[in-house]
Write a protein that binds this ligand. Structure first.
Ligand code: NAD
Ligand code: IPM
Ligand code: MN
Length: 365
């Protein structure tokens, strides 16, 4: 049997709930493909702060780096919101992304036929949407220097950040985006704020330069404010979107709602080499944590992305994707995607139903 080392980072809030479900799904899909997983669970985020005093303990990062792939639940919560910057769960997550050098964050958003009714958009607008947000993940305003707190020339207190991109950072995310678009419909839209921001003017210039390597991909540009509007006006005009760290964060949450719920959207964060980081795009959902209400499908689908993009185990990934569709076909829904006539279930039961489907549905090979 093939064997892989997987680092599990359950984190906070609903994180442990969705990770426990996704772990079982990985185990079963793997075993049916002759794959064995060795899981190592490590503290991260608020859980790590409570246990060790820091949001990303060295041992967690080392374990993650030495594994074949990392699956993260979510981090954060009210308890740590007032912590100093370097002692915030969110800082731990940024350190993890930086430490693993996973600069390319793929966030697919597709409207499943089973969930058209769960979208807040009209059926004819939502139906058939299938887009991929390629978000730059280790640069931009999240990491730019100078940053901090201080006083301005009038002696007033200020907080400040710097939006900055080096050519190599734009070039490498652009190449990932062009490759992604090439494998999909061949359409790439680069989203920026080049009418105002120098970092965005440079972003556009570099994306255009890289485009010459991909003459078969149709490149367009859009300002982020217009993109936010176009996403709800006519989302089907988009296929692949490439954008910077903060715009990608915001637009992917918006895109998730087209598909029905943020509880559905997985992500893969990849670097040039080394293990990938796989996580749902949602957070720790403190409002529903500990109530067995969370939708585990985003994390289960992140596990499928782990198999596909992280390990190249396409067949096992397909088993999971198929099982999710089958579970939805059989009418099971968590609260966030529920509509009348469906079977309302909690996080654990949703997981049990997906396991059933993994067991009975085999992809045509
Ligand atoms: P959130 O994504 O946690 O929640 C937003 C809303 O969506 C809430 O109403 C929540 O109940 C709902 N929701 C989210 N995931 C769901 C799921 N799987 N099933 C059903 N409903 C779900 O965003 P927030 O409330 O802005 O942030 C809460 C905390 O999570 C903050 O501390 C934030 O920093 C953190 N956060 C972490 C990550 C991450 O770990 N990658 C991502 C986003 C936010
Ligand atoms: C996400 C989250 C994170 C981000 C936070 C928690 C640091 O919102 O993964 O989308 O902004 O990248
Ligand atoms: Mn986010």
């Amino acid at each position: 049997v093939k064997s892989y080392n997987i680092t599990l980072l359950p984190g906070d809030g609903i994180g442990p709930e969705v990770i426990s479900v996704a772990k079982n799904v990985l185990n079963l899909a793997g075993s049916l493909e002759g794959i064995e997983f060795k899981f190592k669970e490590m503290p991260m985020g608020g859980a790590a702060l409570d246990l060790t005093g820091v949001p990303l303990p060295e041992e967690t990062l080392t374990t993650a780096k030495q594994s074949d792939a990392v699956l993260l639940g979510a981090i954060g919560g009210y308890k740590w919101d007032k912590n100093e910057k370097h002692l915030k769960p969110e800082t731990g997550l940024l350190q993890l992304r930086e430490g693993l050098k996973v600069f390319a964050n793929l966030r697919p958003a597709s409207v499943l036929p089973q969930l058209v009714d769960a979208s807040t958009l009209k059926k004819e607008v939502a139906e058939g949407v299938d887009l991929m947000v390629v978000r730059e993940l280790t640069g931009g305003i999240y990491f730019g220097k100078p940053r901090g707190f201080g006083t301005n020339e009038n002696g007033e207190e200020i907080g400040f950040n710097t939006d900055v991109y080096a050519a190599y950072e734009i070039d490498r995310i652009a190449r990932i985006a062009f490759e992604t678009a090439r494998k999909r419909s061949g359409k790439l839209c680069s989203v920026d704020k080049a009418n105002v921001l120098e970092a965005s003017m440079f972003w556009r210039e570099r994306v255009i330069a890289i485009a010459s390597e991909y003459p078969d991909v149709e490149l367009t540009h859009m300002y982020v404010d217009n993109a936010a509007m176009q996403l709800v006006r006519n989302p089907k005009q988009f296929d692949t979107i490439v954008t910077n760290n903060i715009f990608g964060d915001i637009l992917s949450d918006e895109a998730s709602m087209i598909t029905g719920s943020i509880g559905m959207l997985p992500s893969a964060s990849l670097g040039e080499s080394g293990p990938g980081l796989f996580e749902p795009i949602h957070g720790s959902a403190p409002d529903i944590a500990g109530q067995d209400k969370a939708n585990p499908l985003a994390t289960i689908l992140s596990a499928a992305m782990l198999l596909k993009y992280g390990l190249g185990e396409v067949q096992a990934a397909e088993r999971i994707e198929l099982a999710v569709l089958d579970t939805l076909n059989r009418g099971f829904r968590t609260g966030d995607i529920y509509s009348v006539g469906n079977k309302l279930v909690g996080c654990k039961e949703m997981g049990e139903q997906v396991l059933k489907s993994v067991d009975t549905k085999t992809p045509a090979s």
